[in-house]
Design a protein around this ligand. Structure first.
Ligand code: G6P
Length: 373
């Protein structure tokens, strides 16, 4: 590879550390850095007419890109009240789905070459629902996906080499937020004040991501508890639920430990039966509107002797105790918290994998880009 690992032992770690810059670049593509806080006039300007006509959103993706889509669903609906569905491409394409008129179909793909995602898009295009607009959210400008869609929204992550996606994921989240701001303002679905607040908060992200990299050492220490575990649970609620899924996927992919991501509110409906002294439970616990409910979920696990590993904000005032480990994540607004909380779950899976001696950048049986079904 021409990309150099530099001082880093693995591409994955290098790419984790590139996130503040990659995210800053992606934000700059849409945000005016001048005196007034606003979206750049030229951001998706050519597509304003198309975007003003869409009434709902269908997201299609695979793997980590699918998890970015799940976060976007929460954002589309709660921030600008645009209905949004998300589905993995391999299911979507074979179930004869309904794509309603005036849909924006967003295909999220780091590579732009994932076979299932491309086929799902082509099937929709064949049926041409009225007012269909297709958008590629992609890291590779020359890819098939970009060629075959109406709108190209780039992630400016730079080349990603580690099979486990990191900076592509966080830049996808940022770009999705930028798109939501664009649709929200074009269709007047959000107040100027709300728009300004979100742009302000976006601009703080690179600094917050940079600060979250300081968690590397404490998370490395935490990872020792996972070395000989066979199974692990990741819990989150609301915007952190997709990050729990992503944390579990990362751990599976590179450490080969079985892991499941669960909506914490579903604990009682099954996974609580798995909890015992040997079960590590990772919890994404920013101090947000769901925090009190999540705390009750943690108590349920603790009462059953599960060992908790909690990523919490300073503001949560959570302190470590017996079988409860806490790492404090920099404070960030609730809306953008999933982007910052991605970093600790990436670092955790990375350090667990290194300790177990797996091939971090090229995990067994997996490929960076899945171009066959
Ligand atoms: C493979 C990769 C994952 C990636 C997924 C989707 O499984 O190992 O890291 O998330 O494909 O890839 P895409 O390029 O479409 O985002």
């Amino acid at each position: 590879h021409n990309a150099d690992k530099g001082e880093f032992k693995h591409y994955m770690l290098k790419e984790i550390y590139e996130q503040p810059d990659a995210v800053a670049r992606t934000i700059e593509m849409a945000v005016d850095n001048g005196d007034t806080v606003k979206l750049r006039d030229d951001f998706l300007q050519r597509h304003e007419a198309q975007l003003s006509g869409i009434r709902n959103v269908q997201i299609i993706a695979c793997g980590t890109s699918y998890h970015a889509g799940l976060v976007a669903k929460y954002w589309f609906e709660s921030l600008i009240r645009v209905p949004c569905s998300v589905e993995v491409a391999s299911e979507f394409r074979y179930r004869n789905p309904v794509v309603v008129d005036h849909s924006l179909v967003i295909c999220i793909s780091q590579s732009g070459e994932t076979a299932d995602t491309l086929s799902a898009l082509r099937d929709i295009q064949k049926h041409t629902p009225a007012g269909l607009v297709s958008l590629a959210l992609c890291n590779v400008p020359t890819s098939s996906l970009v060629r075959e869609t109406d709108i190209f929204l780039p992630t400016l992550a730079g080349p990603e080499i580690g099979v486990a996606s990191t900076k592509a994921f966080t830049t996808q989240l940022v770009a999705l937020m930028l798109l939501i701001l664009k649709v929200g303002s074009t269709q007047q679905r959000m107040t100027q004040e709300h728009l300004t607040t979100l742009i302000d908060e976006l601009q703080q992200l690179p600094g917050q991501l940079y600060a979250s990299l300081h968690l590397d050492a404490p998370i490395q220490a935490m990872s020792e508890h996972f070395e000989d575990k066979r199974s692990c649970l990741f819990l989150g609620r609301g915007l952190q639920f997709p990050i729990a899924l992503e944390g579990a996927l990362k751990l599976k992919e590179i450490s080969y430990i079985h892991a499941e991501g669960y909506a914490a509110g579903e604990l009682k409906h099954g996974p609580l039966a798995l909890v015992d002294r040997d079960m590590p439970i990772v919890v994404l616990a920013p101090k947000d509107s769901m925090f009190d409910k999540l705390k009750a979920n943690m108590q349920e696990v603790h009462a059953r002797h599960g060992e908790l590993f909690v990523f919490a904000s300073e503001a949560s005032q959570m302190v470590a105790e017996d079988r409860l480990h806490v790492v404090h994540v920099p404070d960030v607004c609730e809306t953008l918290a999933p982007i910052v909380y991605s970093v600790p779950v990436q670092l955790l899976s990375y350090h667990v994998a290194v300790m177990r001696g797996t091939d971090v950048d090229q995990p067994r049986n997996l490929a960076k880009s899945v171009t066959v079904e």
